[in-house]
Design a binder for this molecule. Structure first.
Ligand SMILES: *Cc1c(COP(=O)(O)O)cnc(C)c1O
Length: 377
């Protein structure tokens, strides 16, 4: 079976994790601090704060943005469920806006159509690694004092106008789940543009403590910590950070390999009437997912195609989910989301991972072309 995704982990990650265990410091400590500095250097952002997942990073970002109960947060329905859930964690209402068919991302126009006097924030997702057009959204939001939080869960190594995605974001979040390019098992990163946000995020991820447990341990004199506000335990462990440091060193290679495999898919499908993941004019994607949208008159439905691929030993996946169609959200006001509904119904994600061989990729291509009636047996 050809899997849809496989993390690229080697003996270096295993050694790094073993070193952290042998050191006796396994909770958040020096390796987490080092991982944060390395991450901020790679993204070229002001500060990076490691947390337990992208989901918890999104929660903290909304707290930092001052979003409260009764506020509205504009989000794409076409995203992993965590994007919408985060708004509910602070008691806010997620308001679903539609996305662009080629990028699968919110646009300034789709956000504008969803504004209300209660709008306090937008969570702009760089879906599947394809960068969203942040500048246009920022312009719209800043005029109305609306916070823009970038959900870059999938977008490490993608670029926007020549810089890493989220390099100059006010608040952005990343995921290190194995389904993304760089993994720590579970884990996430919050990045921000001010020292005030960074300091408060560090406090919030650690129970609201005035001084981190690691700093207390290193202090020469006994310190009695204070608890300044209601915080959380959203810490990353040093074992995860040790793995993350090695993984971060592989980022350029990971992105280059994915882009080269994606180019092979695009070339092989160029005569088909499908829309595929691609670079927008203003940036580049890391191809976290290689997705393909079937035409409305395709000879085979998306779910049938997934089943046929499965029979051929290929594990593909449905495209991005739509939160407004899930039971957890059907009570929320769902405006018309025609592009979202088409994408979630007719798109699929093809196998793409670092070790995917051209031979296996050619099997995927041949199978898809045959089932779409492009080639006879
Ligand atoms: C994966 C993902 C998340 C959640 O990331 P976790 O680290 O698993 O919490 C959030 N948003 C988007 C867009 C994602 O793809």
């Amino acid at each position: 079976m050809i899997p849809v995704m496989k993390p690229w982990l080697g003996p270096e990650e295993a050694e790094a994790a073993a070193e952290a265990v042998a050191s006796g410091w396994v909770a958040q400590g020096p390796r987490v601090a080092e991982f944060e500095r390395a991450f901020a250097r790679v993204i070229d952002c002001h500060e990076a704060i490691a947390v337990s997942s992208c989901t918890t990073a999104l929660h903290l970002a909304l707290v930092l943005a001052g979003v409260r109960a009764g506020d509205e947060v504009i989000v794409p329905s076409l995203s992993f469920i965590a994007t919408a859930n985060a708004a509910r964690y602070v008691g806010a209402t997620p308001v679903f806006a539609d996305v662009d068919l080629r990028t699968q991302n919110l646009t300034a126009a789709s956000i504008e159509a969803s504004l209300s006097p209660a709008t306090r924030a937008v969570i702009l997702v760089h879906q599947a690694g394809v960068p969203a057009d942040v500048d246009a959204v920022r312009e719209l939001a800043s005029a109305r004092e609306i916070a823009v939080i970038e959900d870059a869960a999938c977008a490490i190594g993608s670029t926007y106008h020549g810089r890493m995605v989220a390099a100059d974001a006010t608040l952005a979040t990343f995921s290190f789940h194995p389904r993304k390019l760089v993994t720590t098992g579970e884990g996430g990163m919050l990045t921000c543009s001010t020292a005030e946000h960074a300091q408060r995020a560090r406090r919030l991820r650690e129970h609201g403590m005035s001084m981190s447990a690691a700093d207390r341990h290193l202090s020469d004199a006994p310190v009695i910590e204070r608890y300044l506000e209601t915080g959380y335990n959203y810490r990353m462990t040093d074992i995860q950070a040790a793995v993350g440091l090695v993984q971060l060193g592989r980022l350029d290679e990971l992105v280059a390999r994915r882009r080269s495999l994606a180019a092979r898919y695009t070339e092989a499908m160029s005569d088909l009437e499908v829309v595929v993941a691609s670079d927008p004019p203003y940036g580049t994607t890391n191809f976290q997912s290689y997705w393909m949208l079937l035409p409305p008159d395709a000879p085979i439905g998306r779910d049938e195609l997934l089943a046929a691929l499965h029979c051929d030993g290929i594990s593909a996946r449905r495209g991005i989910m739509a939160a407004h169609l899930e039971p957890a959200y059907t009570a929320e006001p769902a405006p018309r989301l025609p592009v979202t509904e088409r994408l979630t119904k007719d798109s699929l994600i093809l196998p793409l991972y670092h070790d995917l061989t051209h031979r296996d990729q050619d099997r995927v291509i041949a199978s898809i072309r045959r089932h779409l009636g492009a080639d006879r047996d």
